[in-house]
Ligand binder design. Structure first.
Ligand SMILES: Nc1ncnc2c1ncn2[C@@H]1O[C@H](COP(=O)(O)OP(=O)(O)OP(=O)(O)O)[C@@H](O)[C@H]1O
Ligand SMILES: [Mg+2]
Length: 306
């Protein structure tokens, strides 16, 4: 069931496509997320980064409805979805991709986009297609036009009828992103979309992300978890940084680059903190917890650089 929040309970969420406030997740004694809040405005690309084990996937689990937080709330377009299941969140406009593309090997590129489109526009047909892969209902003119437009945006027109089984990883990722976009989401969660891609495939996919957001009539936003920090900094208008379950920084790429806590978390760069570069007074990107966390990080074993 979806409850629409009133202005008193969620004043900041009305203007966001997706937001989470005060999310805490515990696995036994481990605090995987501690009072984390993020927001994704319409029509933006937002980055979510952090070293291994920082809590990024846990936050994605909470946002997509696979994990229930111990406390905190999640909103899609102002609707409180904290207790709403993943399927209902998808109907409210949330889509996601997984690190390993999960494609139907017997189907073509075009078939995947048609199926994605039917999830949104013709749910009954989607289910009948799923149980009978070999006889997917012929697409309507409307469907064909939509799918052709998407193939063009993805740069996949030339291989529309190619079975996905023969595609390299970079093209498989494009198909997975395309299938998610075909469901007409308002927010797409991307879990490490660039992992394993070479330079050219990375350039190709990031250009698709920018085109998809720029061309969207629905104010599409992307929230991207990614270890390729350089790509995140060049793509995103705002970036959230997690470390040991804490949100240690948020801000523009320039602010994140200059942030001492972020440098400490990624590089064990305690010199950045002691030099005073990017301390709370000097950096607009620093959250209240940043100094404490940076200090703690500097004394902890260095995390795996990503
Ligand atoms: N199901 C689980 N049960 C117990 N602990 C878990 C579980 N899922 C995650 N954790 C722990 O929670 C912490 C955060 O994990 P999470 O997978 O969210 O990190 P991450 O930022 O996605 O890391 P990576 O970059 O390596 O994917 C880690 O210490 C992890 O071991
Ligand atoms: Mg992860």
């Amino acid at each position: 069931m979806t409850t629409v929040t009133d202005d008193r309970s969620a004043p900041a969420t009305a203007m966001t496509s997706l937001s989470a406030t005060g999310v805490t997740v515990r696995f036994g004694g481990l605090v995987a997320l501690a009072d984390v809040s993020i927001d994704v405005p319409p029509g933006t690309i937002i980055g979510l980064v952090g070293p291994n084990g920082a809590g990024k996937s846990t936050l994605f689990g909470v946002l997509s409805g696979l994990l229930r937080p111990a406390s905190g709330r999640v909103f899609i377009g102002g609707n409180d979805v904290t207790n709403v299941n993943p399927q209902s969140r998808a109907r409210l406009g949330l889509a996601r991709t997984f690190q390993q593309p999960e494609l139907f090997m017997g189907l073509s590129v075009r078939d995947h986009l048609v199926l994605g489109h039917r999830v949104h526009y013709e749910r009954r047909r989607f289910w009948s297609d799923l149980v009978n892969f070999r006889a997917i209902f012929p697409p309507s003119t409307f469907e064909t036009e939509k799918v052709d437009g998407l193939l063009d945006l993805l740069g996949l027109t030339r291989i529309a009828n190619t079975p996905v089984a023969v595609l390299p990883l970079g093209l498989s990722r494009l198909v997975e992103v395309g299938r998610a976009l075909a469901t007409c989401p308002t927010v797409l969660l991307l879990d490490e979309p660039l992992s394993g891609l070479d330079y050219r495939a990375t350039e190709n996919l990031t250009a698709v992300f920018e085109r998809a957001v720029a061309n969207s009539d629905d104010g599409l936003s992307l929230l991207m978890v990614e270890h390729d920090v350089a790509s995140v900094l060049s793509l995103s208008s705002n970036i959230f940084v997690l470390d040991f379950g804490q949100l240690i920084a948020q801000g523009t790429p320039q602010e994140i680059r200059a942030n001492a806590a972020v440098r400490a978390a990624y590089l064990g760069d305690d010199a950045a903190v002691s030099e005073g570069h990017g301390t709370p007074a000097a950096s607009t990107a620093t959250t209240a917890t940043a100094t404490a966390t940076a200090t703690a990080t500097a004394t902890a074993p260095p995390p795996t650089p990503s």
